[in-house]
Design a protein around this ligand. Structure first.
Ligand SMILES: C[S@@+](CC[C@H](N)C(=O)[O-])C[C@H]1O[C@@H](n2cnc3c(N)ncnc32)[C@H](O)[C@@H]1O
Length: 190
């Protein structure tokens, strides 16, 4: 309930929040089935919000794994930044600055990028720019996992990654698709 109130407050003043409630526990678990936490060293999260994915990942991650979260909203940034965990770094900046902000040893080594940012608000060039930077950050065979309410990511994902699968998670307000695109070394168009 506290998370929903934080969302409603932020939604009213910041269009980029793009949702009136945090993701449901069910959909957080559903997306997390795409991650093998025992072999994962680095996760990057786009749009942490009130931290429903962030906190779940920290529970599941190994003690030596790392999590980098990007969040532009002031209120949500403060909430995420108050999480006391040495494995977590929170950037109060847009994901467009990803490659400048991630430590050099992390770029090209990320196992999973998990994204809730509203791609439907971005034009084609910006979608492709963010997805291309995401591929650069991922290790070979690492994956981009996005949850989105519509099918508008299909064409950009096909263009930038050359592959994706989708799964519908209906136990959420609103229901959304989970996309999984793999950073194949051969077989993608960019
Ligand atoms: C739909 S909410 C998802 C929040 C949370 N992960 C969840 O599942 O409940 C999208 C979040 O992305 C953030 N956001 C939007 N555009 C962003 C950007 N360009 N860079 C970083 N964060 C962004 C918003 O402030 C918001 O917190």
């Amino acid at each position: 309930m506290k998370g929903t109130i934080e969302f409603l407050k932020s939604f009213a003043t910041d269009r980029d929040v793009a949702s009136i409630t945090p993701s449901s526990k069910y959909c957080v678990r559903k997306l997390s089935e795409h991650i093998n936490f025992s072999t994962t060293d680095v996760i990057v999260e786009y749009g942490g919000g009130t931290g429903v994915f962030t906190k779940h990942f920290l529970k599941k991650m190994r003690p030596d794994a790392r999590l980098f979260v990007f969040e532009t909203n002031d209120n949500f940034y403060d909430l995420l930044n108050s999480i006391d965990d040495d494995r977590l770094t929170v950037f109060h900046q847009t994901v467009e600055d990803l490659l400048e902000l991630l430590p050099a040893d992390v770029v090209g080594s990320v196992d999973h990028v998990v994204s809730g940012i509203p791609f439907s608000f971005f034009d084609w060039e910006m979608k492709i720019d963010i997805l291309s930077k995401t591929r650069e950050a991922l290790r070979p065979e690492g994956s981009f996992l996005a949850y989105q309410t519509s099918g508008h990511l299909k064409d950009p994902l096909q263009e930038a990654f050359g592959n994706f699968t989708t799964e519908f998670c209906w136990k959420n307000i609103p229901p959304y698709f989970i996309y999984d695109a793999v950073n194949r070394v051969n077989g993608a168009s960019s």
